[in-house]
Design a protein around this ligand. Structure first.
Ligand code: NAD
Length: 264
């Protein structure tokens, strides 16, 4: 099956390197004919993002720190100057002080709580507001979330609270955008070793636990996430909005340790 995204173009936000979930999605979109622009945070990341974008035939890179509303306005102005309309956005952005992604949740500071909420949840709202103006013929927006929004995952702490806000935001945004035929969905990805994930306390244990206890008895890959991203961003998912779609080898369905899982 080819050409699902032929004639569609959109912005990928949150590519850091070739381990990023955004990279898994970008590759699948490109394979299916999408034209891609990329936003990245800060000059240091540009060095990594530019060759990746280049390998997918894109020279359209925009620097954007999503916690800065002026930077977001400028990003969408730059996008609009080259592409008057877009069809999709991938929002693959999250951040918290890694010192607070371990230990007790109640030790979260007010500053880090608001910063984590701002970057990891509010930014989707701010991005969506600006994106809808460029989607006169409808569109699709996908963000990335994690099971720690639904259930307590040790160490995930304030990030879990921010992801819960993100998932609720997806529903409210889906309702706002629905009349314009713009869909908003989240992918709840299982744990994958990325730059962001390396900040989470005991992440290796979380990975092993998921591998041993998910129905598929494995961890997911960025290619698994990419396939789901392609589905949600393409017309295949034309009737799907406000959804949190789990791509976690089925882990979220399981209520206790598997009988065949060894102790770790
Ligand atoms: P990653 O480190 O590759 O990507 C995180 C991205 O967020 C980076 O590109 C970083 O530059 C960007 N970012 C952080 N603060 C920003 C800011 N102020 N402005 C603009 N960009 C900013 O890691 P990833 O795991 O691919 O993370 C992508 C998304 O997937 C995140 O929302 C993360 O929470 C989510 N997610 C990850 C996992 C996992 O296990 N890796 C699981 C479920 C969900």
């Amino acid at each position: 099956m080819t050409g699902l995204m032929q004639g569609k173009r959109g912005l990928i936000m949150g590519l850091a390197n070739d381990k990023s979930l955004a990279w898994g999605i970008a590759k699948r979109l490109h394979e299916q004919g999408a034209e891609l622009a990329f936003s990245y945070q800060g000059e240091a990341l540009e060095k990594r993002v530019r060759p990746l974008a280049d390998s997918l035939g894109s020279d359209f890179l925009i620097e954007c720190d999503v916690s800065n509303m002026d930077a977001l306005d400028a990003t969408f102005d730059t996008l609009k100057a080259r592409w008057p309309t877009i069809d999709f956005i991938v929002h693959a952005i999250g951040f918290s002080d890694k010192n607070e992604l371990r230990g007790k949740f109640y030790d979260t500071t007010l500053d880090n709580f608001t910063m984590t909420m701002n970057i990891s949840a509010y930014s989707l709202v701010a991005v969506t507001k600006r994106a809808v103006e460029m989607m006169p013929d409808g569109g699709s927006i996908v963000t990335l979330t994690y099971y720690g929004a639904e259930k307590v995952v040790p160490h995930y702490n304030v990030m879990g609270v921010a992801k819960a806000a993100l998932e609720a935001s997806v529903k409210y945004l889906a309702n706002d955008c629905g009349p314009a035929n713009i869909r908003v969905n989240a992918i709840s990805a299982g744990p994958i070793k990325t730059l962001a994930a390396s900040g989470i306390g005991d992440f290796r244990y979380i990975l092993k636990w998921n591998e041993l206890n998910s129905p598929l008895r494995r961890n997911v890959t960025i290619e698994d996430v990419g396939g789901a991203g392609l589905y949600l961003l393409s017309d295949l998912a034309s009737g799907v909005t406000g959804e949190t779609h789990h791509v976690d080898a089925g882990y979220h369905t399981i209520g206790m340790k598997q009988e065949d899982a060894p102790d770790i």
